[in-house]
Design a protein around this ligand. Structure first.
Ligand SMILES: Cc1cc2nc3c(=O)[nH]c(=O)nc-3n(C[C@H](O)[C@H](O)[C@H](O)COP(=O)(O)OP(=O)(O)OC[C@H]3O[C@@H](n4cnc5c(N)ncnc54)[C@H](O)[C@@H]3O)c2cc1C
Ligand code: FES
Ligand code: FES
Length: 487
């Protein structure tokens, strides 16, 4: 298979400048090289481990420091999925940077003292997740610690001692000792960093699954790249695209990276609603005061998407464009009446999300076009909006069924009744029966409504659940919502 992909010719490489454990680096990056491969194979640092290579285990966790909204944020990410070209202008911190055998970092000391490392394969990932946590929050509570570590698996199941190490640190550590001085020294350089990224056309023979990688620095550059490379696919966080590369061995002629475009990294409340730029990550939405206050259901569903590491670079726009019928945010975006701002060389236009999903993984996005923003009109104050997902595990699991509801009243009269599901059809869908029944016969028995909703869909069976299970989940979700609504 690899041999078939042997590809001689000109390939678009990227020349990036970044900081590694306190030192400035300038490197040429082969198209689509992951940060993990860069760390292990080019930088020859072996503390960061490869296990699943698809974002599930956290063994490859490293920390990225970069400016966001006037601060330097320290975020844990899965280096197996994080394109190395995305390191441009950032500080990459690996476990080697934190401490050495002679001089352990306080997190490593806590792990040691609590016997929280068995075979040790997962340990560097846990250390880096804890580093990001304690660099961001001084005294995290147990729930916050668990959320920070949910993307790290320990096959020896040493979780209790790992948790104890983190909990003791939470009450005993000296906050000054967590972020080393060499990290603090780099922070001003990250704020003033302005070296442009370079694309270099290189003649080479390669086994790349990605032939060419272009990183857009602005939306005008992005539009020009899309027009010049109609064969290219877009990449934002890469948490779907890089899994296709690493696991499905999908070949891309070209990828255009929009992940670090400053204009797309804004989240703002305007008169027509919440505008979420295509580069805004899940974590940034969760941390946004506006989203927490006016769109709490959005924050709640994001909390159960993937892991902290994935949420630190996966985007809402990527979830929409990926158009998976089990994308967790999509039912909620449907009931929010989300609008997509699409842009191409011909200009901008808006499209209701309801008109975006055409068939299984087929969308209304035209060639040369990208999602610039997702706009969520402000719901009325009395709107009842909830979302939930059913999956086998609480975190790092794709749902079998996801759903969202919105009911709005004018006095005693229901004027809006939307119930949307993912995982029951080829696309995320709104229930017609629910709307009709609630608007016409609002006092109808909840079981009758739930059965009518379930009758509308013909879900399929797959590894995540049988058709019967999914039908039952549709009934259960509907009943739970109606029970909560009637209080
Ligand atoms: C371990 C793991 C766990 C996960 N768990 C969940 C989960 O619980 N729930 C869930 O819903 N998903 C989950 N995912 C899937 C993924 O994280 C989400 O779909 C995420 O939102 C994708 O965003 P991204 O920015 O990484 O997309 P990318 O991988 O960069 O792109 C995804 C697709 O969207 C296109 N695209 C990206 N941005 C744009 C744009 N602005 N305009 C047009 N096209 C664009 C790309 O071409 C690609 O086709 C998981 C993934 C992993 C690896
Ligand atoms: S190697 Fe498992 S998450 Fe990266
Ligand atoms: S200590 Fe062995 S996998 Fe975690």
């Amino acid at each position: 298979m690899e041999k078939d992909l042997l590809n001689s010719g000109i390939h678009a490489y990227t020349r990036i400048s970044f900081f590694l454990n306190g030192e400035a680096k300038k490197l040429e990056i082969a198209p689509g090289l992951s940060s993990l491969d860069l760390i292990n194979k080019t930088l020859h640092l072996y503390g960061t481990k490869c296990s699943c290579n698809e974002g599930d285990c956290g063994a490859c966790t490293v920390v990225i420091a970069h400016p966001f909204e006037g601060n330097i944020v320290y975020e844990a990410i899965n280096s197996c999925l994080y394109p190395a070209a995305r390191l441009h202008g950032k500080h990459l911190i690996t476990v080697e940077g934190l401490g050495s055998d002679e001089d352990l970092h306080p997190i490593q000391t806590a792990i040691l003292e609590h016997h929280a490392s068995q075979c040790g394969y997962c340990t560097p990932g846990f250390v880096m997740s804890m580093f990001a946590l304690f660099a961001s929050i001084k005294e995290p509570d147990k729930e916050t610690i668990l959320a920070a570590l949910e993307g790290n698996l320990c096959r020896c199941t040493g979780y209790q001692s790992i948790l104890e190490a983190a909990e003791e640190l939470a009450i005993s550590h000296d906050p000054q000792s967590i972020v080393p001085q060499w990290c603090r020294d780099i922070e001003p350089l990250l704020f003033t960093f302005d070296t442009p990224i370079e694309t270099i056309n290189r003649s080479s023979e390669s086994h790349f699954l990605i032939d060419n990688y272009y990183k857009a620095g602005s939306t005008s550059e992005l539009i020009a790249l899309l027009a010049a490379h109609p064969e290219a696919a877009l990449i934002a966080g890469g948490t779907d695209v890089m899994v296709q590369v690493n696991v499905s061995r999908k070949h891309f002629k070209a990828l255009i990276d929009l992940g670090d475009i400053p204009e797309l990294q804004k989240i703002s409340l305007r008169p027509d609603g919440l505008h979420i730029g295509a580069g805004v990550t899940y974590s940034q939405i969760m941390d946004s005061g506006i989203a927490r206050c006016d769109y709490p259901a959005m924050v709640e569903i994001i909390r159960v998407i993937a892991s902290k590491q994935i949420r630190n670079f996966g985007t809402l726009a990527g979830n929409v464009a990926n158009a998976s019928p089990i994308g967790d945010t999509l039912p909620l975006l449907l009931v929010y009446d989300a609008i997509l701002l699409l842009e191409s060389a011909s200009g901008q236009h808006s499209l209701a999300l309801r008109d975006f999903f055409l068939a299984y993984r087929k969308t209304a996005l035209q060639s040369g076009e990208y999602i610039r923003e997702i706009i969520l009109p402000l719901p009325s104050r009395n709107a009842f909006i909830r979302s939930m997902k059913s999956a086998k595990r609480k975190s790092v699991d794709i749902s079998a069924v996801a759903s969202a509801i919105r009911i709005e009243r004018d006095g005693d009269r229901i004027i809006k009744a939307d119930l949307a599901f993912g995982g029951v059809a080829a696309t995320p869908v709104l229930s017609t029966n629910f709307k009709d029944l609630l608007l016409k016969e609002p006092s109808l028995n909840a079981n009758v409504i739930a059965e009518a909703v379930a009758d509308e869909f013909t879900p399929m069976s797959d590894v995540r659940g049988s058709a019967e299970y999914r039908r039952q989940m549709v009934i259960n979700h509907t009943l739970k919502y109606l029970e909560a609504y009637h209080g």
